[in-house]
Design a protein around this ligand. Structure first.
Ligand code: FAD
Ligand code: NAI
Length: 471
C-alpha cells in the first residue's frame, strides 16, 4: 500500500548525523520523520563504531592492567581469567541502552521513526521499503541525506567478518585470534590492535606510510605513541604495502613489500583486519532518480549550507566532506537545521578535535607541524612531558606529552597535540582555547587544579609562552 504524507523534513539515515538533526528539528517545531534501515538508531557510531569499540577498549585495558600492573601498586590478584563472552555482553548492554535512549528522545521530540530503507522516487518523495514488509512513501518539503559510510574493502580479500574482518567483525570476535594482521595503521587499526593484543593476540600492523595514526596526527606524537604501543607488544611494519592477500586456506596469507618496492615477505594470520579507511555510503539511495552525482571519492557534493544542487535536499555526516567523526556529524546536524529554520548555521571546521582511544590516548585539535610548514606559517613549540606531571607520576601512568603550536609572532594557538592518559578529555580545553582564539599565554595564566593531569596542559602553554616550571 502506498500512502503519501508530507513532512517539513524527511531524514534518510538514523546515525549520529540523522538522529541529532531529527531531534533538533523536533525541538524547532518541524514535522519530521527519520528513516533508518538497520533496525536500531545511532548508526555506525552507536551500533558498530564509537560505543562498542570504547566498551572493549576500556574493559580490555582493565584486564591488561590487572594482569600486568597491579603488584607494584600493592594489589595481589590471583586467577585472572578472560571471559570474552561476558565482555561482549557488557558491550552489547551499553549499545542497547544508548540506542533505545535515542528512540525515547525521538518520542519526546515528536520525531516519527520509520524503520526501512529509503530511496528517492522524485525530488520531494522518498520511497520506503519497510523492514516489517511492504512499502510506503513520504513527501518532504526538505530532505536530508545522512546515510553515512562503510569500510573500504581491500582488493583480493573477501570480507567474511570472521577470518577477514572490518571493524564490525573486530568488535565481535568469538575467540581471541592467535595471530592477527591489521592492514592500515590508522585510528581503527590501532584501536582494534590494542583491544586484541591486550586480550592475548599477537598483532602486526602493516602501514603504507612512514607513520601511524592516519591523517592529521602530528609526526612527533605519532612516534611517541608508536613506542608505547610497541612496548605493549604490538608489532609494526611501516612503509610497507600489502601486495596481495590469499584467504583460500584456513589461515590468511598476506604478501607485503617495502612501499618503495623491494623485499617481499608473507605474513600468516588467523584473522586479518582491513582498516584502510571508510567511504561514503549511497548504495540503493536512488540518487540517479533525481540527477544527483557523487565526486571521485563517492561524496555527495554540497555547498556551505549543506545544499545539493537541488536546494531543498541537503547532506551531512560521513557521506559528504570533512573528517568522518561523530562529533563533526553532530555539529553539522545542528547547523543544517538552523539553516533550514533560520537561514543561518555555523560549524568551525578548524576546531574539530580528534581522539584515538588507545592507552595512552592521543588527541589533537588544529594544525600539526607538517601542515604549518606546508602553509609557510612561522610557529613556536611548547611541550611538556607527563613524566614531569605529579599526578601522572603518582598514578604510575606517565607516558606521553602535551605539545602546543602557536603563531611565532602573535602567540595565537594554532594546534594542540596530546599523547597521554585522558588526552581525550583534556583536548576539550584546547578546543575551547582555539575556538576563542586564545594565545598560549592566556592558557599559561589560567589556574589549573593541583594535582591534575591538566597541569601538564598548562605547563605546555607556559613552555610556549615562556618557561615551564617543572621541566
Ligand atoms: P552513520 O553513523 O554511518 O549512519 C548512517 C545510517 O544511515 C546508518 O545507520 C545506515 O543504516 C543508515 N542508512 C544508510 N542508507 C540508508 C537508506 N537508504 N535508508 C535508510 N537508512 C539508511 N567517531 C568518533 O567521533 N569517535 C569515535 O570514537 C569513533 N569510533 C569509531 C569506531 C569505529 C569502529 C568506526 C567504524 C567508526 C568510528 N567513528 C568514531 C566514526 C563515526 O562512527 C562516524 O563518523 C559517524 O557514525 C557518522 O555518522 P553518520 O550519521 O554520518 O553515519
Ligand atoms: P584512517 O584513514 O584513519 O587510516 C587508514 C590507514 O591505512 C592510513 O594510515 C593509510 O595510510 C593506511 N593504508 C591505506 N591503504 C593501505 C594499504 N593498502 N596498505 C597499508 N596501509 C594502508 O582509516 P580507518 O582507521 O579505517 O578509520 C576510518 C575512519 O573512521 C577514521 O578516519 C575516523 O574518521 C573514523 N574513526 C574514528 C575513531 C575515533 O574518533 N576514535 C575510531 C575509529 C574510526
Amino acid at each position: 500500500a502506498t500512502e503519501t504524507e508530507e513532512k517539513d523534513l524527511v531524514i534518510i539515515g538514523g546515525g549520529v548525523a540523522g538522529y541529532v538533526a531529527a531531534i533538533k528539528a523536533g525541538q524547532e517545531g518541524l514535522k519530521v520523520a527519520c528513516i533508518e534501515k538497520r533496525g536500531s538508531l545511532g548508526g555506525t557510531c552507536l551500533n558498530v563504531g564509537c560505543i562498542p569499540s570504547k566498551s572493549l577498549l576500556n574493559n580490555s585495558h582493565l584486564y591488561h592492567q590487572i594482569l600486568h600492573d597491579t603488584k607494584n601498586r600493592g594489589i595481589e590478584v590471583a586467577d585472572v581469567k578472560l571471559n570474552l563472552k561476558q565482555m561482549m555482553k557488557a558491550k552489547e548492554t551499553s549499545v542497547n541502552g544508548l540506542t533505545k535512549g535515542i528512540e525515547f528522545l525521538f518520542k519526546k521530540n515528536n520525531v516519527e521513526y520509520i524503520k526501512g530503507t529509503g530511496a528517492f522516487a522524485d525530488e520531494h518523495t522518498v520511497q520506503v521499503n519497510l523492514t516489517e514488509g511492504g512499502e510506503t512513501s513520504i513527501r518532504g518539503k526538505n530532505i536530508l541525506i545522512a546515510t553515512g559510510s562503510e569500510a573500504t574493502p581491500f582488493p583480493g580479500l573477501t570480507i567474511d567478518e570472521k577470518k577477514v574482518i572490518t571493524s564490525t567483525g573486530a568488535i565481535a570476535l568469538e575467540t581471541v585470534p592467535k595471530k592477527m594482521v591489521v592492514i592500515g595503521g590508522g585510528i581503527i587499526g590501532l584501536e582494534m590492535a590494542s583491544v586484541w593484543s591486550r586480550l592475548g593476540a599477537e598483532v602486526t600492523v602493516v602501514e603504507f606510510l612512514g607513520q601511524i595514526g592516519g591523517p592529521g596526527m602530528d609526526a612527533e606524537i605519532s612516534k611517541n605513541i608508536q613506542k608505547t604501543l610497541a612496548k605493549q607488544g604490538i608489532k609494526f611494519k611501516l612503509n610497507t604495502k600489502v601486495v596481495e592477500g590469499d584467504d583460500s586456506a584456513a589461515d590468511v596469507k598476506i604478501k607485503v613489500e617495502a612501499a618503495k618496492g623491494g623485499k617481499e615477505e608473507t605474513l600468516d594470520a588467523d584473522v586479518v583486519l582491513v582498516a584502510i579507511g571508510r567511504r561514503p555510503y549511497t548504495a540503493g539511495l536512488g540518487l540517479e532518480n533525481i540527477g544527483l552525482e557523487t565526486d571521485n571519492r563517492g561524496r555527495i557534493v554540497i555547498d556551505q549550507e549543506y545544499r545539493t544542487k537541488i536546494p531543498h535536499i541537503r547532506v551531512i555526516g560521513d557521506v559528504t566532506f570533512g573528517p568522518m567523526l561523530a562529533h563533526k556529524a553532530e555539529e553539522e546536524a545542528v547547523a543544517v537545521i538552523e539553516y533550514i529554520t533560520k537561514n543561518y548555521g555555523h560549524v568551525n571546521y578548524g576546531a574539530i578535535p580528534s581522539v584515538m582511544y588507545t592507552h595512552p590516548e592521543v588527541a589533537w585539535v588544529g594544525q600539526n607541524e607538517a601542515e604549518l610548514k606546508e602553509a609557510g606559517v612561522k610557529y613556536k613549540i611548547g611541550s611538556f612531558p607527563f613524566s614531569a606531571n605529579s599526578r601522572a607520576k603518582t598514578n604510575a601512568d606517565s607516558d606521553g606529552m602535551v605539545k602546543f603550536l602557536a603563531d611565532a609572532e602573535t602567540d595565537r594557538i594554532l594546534g594542540i597535540h596530546i599523547v597521554g592518559p585522558n588526552a581525550g578529555e583534556m583536548i576539550a580545553e584546547g578546543v575551547l582555547a582555539l575556538e576563542y582564539g586564545a594565545s598560549s599565554e592566556d592558557v599559561a595564566r589560567t589556574s589549573h587544579a593541583h594535582p591534575t593531569l591538566a597541569e601538564a596542559f598548562k605547563e605546555a602553554a607556559m613552555a610556549t609562552h615562556g618557561k615551564a616550571i617543572h621541566y
